[in-house]
Design a protein around this ligand. Structure first.
Ligand code: SRM
Ligand code: SF4
Length: 569
């Protein structure tokens, strides 16, 4: 039965987020006044939310909360800033400034690579915010639209081997990112002290109240699905002929978050809607975004993402609307195939004879510790490297376009700073979200506990002779699922301190959602269950059968076919 959806929306009250956007004067709010207020390190009222459109989140150190409360001090407010870096590429010489800023002006002295191919600074005091934006501007970067209800950083496959196609894909990621950016001049006025331009600030694509919810886009070059496309709202899978991208298969409506106990929320995989030729890419992108803009639910943020809009209207109705707006008909999906999601570590020779070196960065956290001098090592490389750094969607880094002449020098640095230490396959394929101490939504540890779990997993796998195998293991500190746990073969989702839900049964190419195996269990219990499952896998697996496939075949868990029904059942 077709729902009278529009009527439902009109009758319900818009969310407060909508009021904030509507009243913000195109994302300005009173941020400028808050910047002058030296009494607090935080932002007030609507500005708390508005700064997110400019790429910053107000956070406080959760490890210090109780202590500061007892001392009757304001929470340790500081901002996290997320840079915009479509396709994840940054010139090595620009890295010098990034490194300097992180070391000198942030509370944590780290750079955090994210799983959307960019980096975050954590712990910037309000009084240093303009400095960071000016520094970014000086090197041609910004943090506009990396958060809140807009199209976020656009991902592109990191594929150093096929450099020509990769270059084209990367150009598309940049084009789409620029095309969907907010037009408001608020960012330049507030952070770069540009004079207020008398303007009507039209937002032709996003509209005055921007999108109903965050929106995520990828450009994908098969056979690698390192961007985890199925988690994204809008995806362009490149179809290549004669070493050129001739068009894209378009997939829409992916997303991984849910709310504990709320059965109206569920993860969903992006779904194929058709093939388009390359010249239609921007028109289709605009049609998809504006349909979601106009049809997305603005009365309930938990039902506002594209996957819910598609479910509310039906995929065919949504697709027809896109075709109508873009004045293009989709063609049938063309053949494509994925073989993996992981990064290819070590040296790779490019078609143009230059070299790439992919380095593993645990959790994407770049810092100097007693064991490894990651930050100093990357800085040393940046000082002599003439090419680029490419941040991967797996939170790792590729030193790309290395000349033959620099190859040995860079390798020596990488080895001496511990950047090329030998690590297991399971560690290479692990991921955790940030979680404590900076994430306000964290329910359990993720980044800070990942290494512990991996070490335990390594010894379980060694015990059963599986030490060379890959298992995709991921942790998220809450069901928002930032660590893309709901595309892992083994995933942990935080419930409370020290307790997690254990999910199993995703696959290695990332197009199957895992299912809950045990709920609300402790770290110790998790390890007991993993030991049991992996032992069984070692004894009863078919030749080369992956862990995620095994647990489904042996009925440890039911396969999720349609997450709307199967995720909660
Ligand atoms: Fe995320 C919110 C970190 C990728 C789903 N995410 C947050 C915030 C900003 C918490 C907040 O709202 O205050 C986290 C900041 C923690 C911190 O201290 O840095 C945060 N998300 C991250 C990062 C840094 C995780 C990482 O370890 O790499 C990733 C930044 C990506 C980027 O550069 O833009 C990150 N977040 C993801 C992903 C994975 C992806 O995009 O591929 C997801 C799941 C995919 C999806 O969108 O469904 C994800 N983050 C969320 C959600 C749930 C959104 C929803 O649809 O309901 C939230 C909460 C929200 O938006 O209300 C969230
Ligand atoms: Fe924070 Fe939850 Fe995202 Fe982890 S999954 S970074 S805890 S919002």
């Amino acid at each position: 039965m077709k729902k009278n959806y529009k009527k439902i929306v009109v009758e319900k009250k818009l969310t407060d987020a909508e009021r904030i956007k509507e009243n913000s004067n195109y994302l300005r709010g009173t941020i400028v006044d808050d910047l002058k207020n030296e009494i607090t390190n935080g932002f007030s009222g609507d500005n708390f939310s508005l700064i997110r459109f400019h790429g910053m989140y107000q956070q406080d150190d959760r490890d210090l909360r109780i202590e500061r409360h007892e001392q009757k001090l304001e929470p340790r407010y500081a901002m996290m800033l997320r840079c915009r870096l479509p396709g994840g590429i940054i010139q090595a010489k620009k890295w010098l400034k990034i490194d300097y800023f992180a070391g000198k002006y942030t509370l944590y002295r780290t750079i955090r690579l994210t799983n959307r191919q960019t980096f975050q600074f954590h712990g910037i005091l309000k009084k240093k915010l303009k400095d960071v934006h000016k520094m970014l501007h000086d090197i041609g970067l910004d943090s506009l639209a990396t958060a809140n209800d807009v199209n976020r950083n656009v991902l592109c496959t990191s594929n150093p081997m096929q450099s020509l196609i990769h270059q084209e894909g990367y150009e598309w990621a940049k084009k789409i990112s620029n095309f969907l950016l907010p037009h408001t001049k608020a960012y330049a006025e507030i952070w770069l002290d540009k004079k207020k331009i008398i303007t009507t600030d039209k937002e032709p694509i996003l509209g005055k109240t921007y999108l109903p919810r965050k929106f995520k886009t990828t450009v994908v070059i098969p056979p690698y699905n390192d961007v985890d496309l199925y988690a994204n709202d809008m995806n362009f899978i490149a179809i290549v002929e004669n070493q050129k991208i001739i068009g894209f298969n378009v997939l829409i409506g992916g997303g991984l978050s849910f709310i504990h106990g709320n059965k109206n929320t569920w993860p969903f995989l992006a779904t194929e809607i058709g093939y388009i030729s390359v010249e239609n890419t921007l028109s289709i992108a605009e049609a998809i975004v504006t349909t979601q803009r106009d049809w997305g639910n603005r009365t309930d943020r938990a039902n506002a993402k594209t996957r819910y809009t598609i479910n509310n209207f039906g995929l065919n109705v949504f697709k027809k609307e896109i075709e109508k707006r873009a004045k293009i008909s989709f063609e049938p999906i063309r053949d494509y195939n994925f073989i993996s999601r992981g990064d290819r570590f070590g040296w790779i020779k490019n078609i143009n004879k230059s070299w790439s070196l992919t380095l593993f960065i645990q959790n994407g956290r770049i810092y100097d510790s007693n064991d490894q001098l990651l930050k100093s090592g990357l800085l040393k490389i940046a000082e002599i490297h003439e090419g680029n750094f490419r941040i991967t969607s797996n939170q790792n880094i590729i030193i790309s376009e290395i000349s033959e002449e620099n190859k040995n020098k860079i390798e020596k640095i990488a080895i001496s700073y511990g950047l090329m230490n030998k690590i297991s396959n399971v560690r290479k394929n692990s991921m955790a979200c940030v979680s404590f101490p900076t994430c306000p939504l964290a329910m359990a540890e993720a980044e800070r506990i990942l290494s512990f779990f991996i070490t335990q997993l390594e010894s379980i796998m060694l015990k059963y002779g599986l030490e060379h195998e890959i298992i995709i293991f991921r942790i998220s500190g809450c069901p928002n699922g930032c660590g893309r746990t709901l595309l892992a073969e083994i995933g942990l989702i935080g419930k409370s301190i020290g307790r997690y839900n254990l999910y199993i049964g995703g696959n290695q190419i990332g197009n199957r959602i895992p299912k809950i195996y045990k709920e609300n269990i402790t770290e110790k219990e998790i390890l007991i269950h993993l030991n049991y499952l992996i032992k069984n896998w070692s004894i009863e697996r078919n030749k080369k059968e992956d862990f995620g496939d095994f647990v489904i075949r042996k009925n440890f868990i039911k396969e999720i076919v349609n997450p709307i029904h199967d995720f909660w059942s």
